[in-house]
Design a protein around this ligand. Sequence first.
Ligand code: SF4
Length: 78
Amino acid sequence: MHDIWNPWHGCEKICPRDNIKRSNGQPVWQHKCVECLGCLHICPDKAIDYGDITKGRKRYRHKEVKAADLLRGISAEK
Ligand code: SF4
C-alpha cells in the first residue's frame, strides 16, 4: 500500500474477505487475503501493489464494467 489512501473506500468494499479495515484513516490489513487482486485493480490511484510485480504496471478492468458496477454487485451479495 502506498502513502496514497483514497477516501473513496472502493478497495474495502470490493474485498470478498473483509481484509481491509480502517483505523485513524489508515488501512489495517486483517491477514485474510486470498490474492484475488480486486483491490489492486479497482483503486483509481494505484495505491495498492502486489510486491514489486505490479509497480508501474497497468490495472485491468473490462472496458464496459465501471467500478460502480462492481461495487453495486458486491453490496447486493453482502
Ligand atoms: S487481493 Fe482480494 S482478498 Fe486480498 S485484500 Fe485485495 S480484495 Fe481483499
